[in-house]
Design a protein around this ligand. Structure first.
Ligand code: 13P
Length: 312
């Protein structure tokens, strides 16, 4: 049965842009193919390990927005989503984490829409007023945390060293970090884009151990593209993602399994073109993640990418 399924995978999952909202149903399996199964038979020949492991991810960074009532309304919109071949992550403000977790569990969607934090303390516990530890986030149900968002670096004086310490702390607590990197407009205009993002990544590499490569994801968020509706072009983003991919591989992510998300004015109109790019594995979405319909539309675009790479 498995062999028959694997052989017919491209046809079963084939879709196109016009039908991206269609439910991705498969008559053979109730759940998405497991990793082990995906590596079986003919499919193995046409897919690399990285293709299998780099499931697209669409993450919503709600930043400092929302209220108890608006969070409930947003979750209500999100839980009505179809199952898509992409990972959906929401990162609410810390005070709403438990509320979101409880709503997702109540709606039986906790395994489909996963929970993440926007930041984490670099300290383990103790006298750090206002900080939230990785263990606390884990207990609240967080599977991910953003680390080193440019707003933290710019407005809260977070250094590369702080970011690296937070990554190390999160990994210890079993939370998967999404490490944010990105250049300012001035740095881009002076030709420093690649050296800036590589420096930010190197700082993390210096603090983690060899086996931690592949245990975190990276988000490229050019500072100049955040919150203004002016996304980087797909080609601009791809250039940086490609450089990050080779830096990751050179450092220790031998199998190329680290996902690289793009963030900065992603919306339902530009998501398709961004996901066309070979090294854009997901999106980190700010403003558009606050509206269920636009967030889900971006996720549907990511699912098309997933389907395309499976179809080889
Ligand atoms: P916008 O999507 O609002 O530009 O925000 C991007 C961002 O900072 C996500 O972390």
């Amino acid at each position: 049965m498995l062999t028959a399924f694997v052989k017919s995978w491209p046809r079963l999952w084939a879709t196109d842009r016009a039908s991206k909202h269609r439910r991705y149903s498969c008559p053979h399996l109730a759940k998405p193919l497991s990793f082990a199964a995906a590596l079986t038979g003919d499919l193995q020949k046409s897919m690399s390990l990285a293709d299998v492991m780099r499931t697209p991810i669409v993450a919503g960074n709600w930043k400092m927005n929302g209220s108890i009532a608006s969070v409930d309304a947003l979750i209500q919109g999100l839980v009505s989503s179809e199952d898509l071949e992409c990972e959906l992550l929401v990162c609410p403000p810390t005070v709403f984490l438990s509320q979101v977790r409880d709503r997702l569990i109540a709606k039986k969607r906790g395994s489909v829409i996963v929970l993440g934090a926007q930041d984490v303390s670099q300290h383990e516990a103790g006298a750090h007023t206002g900080e939230v530890s990785a263990d606390m986030l884990s207990e609240c149900g967080c599977r991910y945390t953003l680390i080193g968002h440019s707003e933290r670096r710019q407005f809260h004086a977070e250094s590369d060293i702080n970011v690296a310490a937070k990554v190390e702390r999160s990994l210890t607590a079993g939370i998967r970090p999404i490490v944010c990197v990105g250049e300012t407009l001035e740095e881009r205009q002076n030709g420093y884009t690649l050296s800036v993002v590589e420096r930010q990544l190197d700082a993390v590499g210096e603090m983690i151990s060899a086996e931690d490569w592949g245990r975190f994801d990276v988000a490229y968020e050019p500072v100049w593209a955040i919150g203004n509706g002016e996304s980087a072009s797909p080609e601009q983003a791809q250039e940086v993602h490609e450089a990050l991919r080779s830096a990751l591989q050179k450092n220790g992510d031998q199998n190329g399994t680290t996902r690289i998300l793009y963030g900065g004015s992603v919306n339902q109109d530009n998501a398709d073109a961004l996901f066309e790019m070979a090294d854009i594995d997901g999106a980190l979405v700010g403003g558009a993640s606050l509206v269920a319909e636009s967030f889900l539309s971006i996720a549907a675009s990511a699912a098309v990418r997933s389907t395309r790479s499976r179809a080889g």
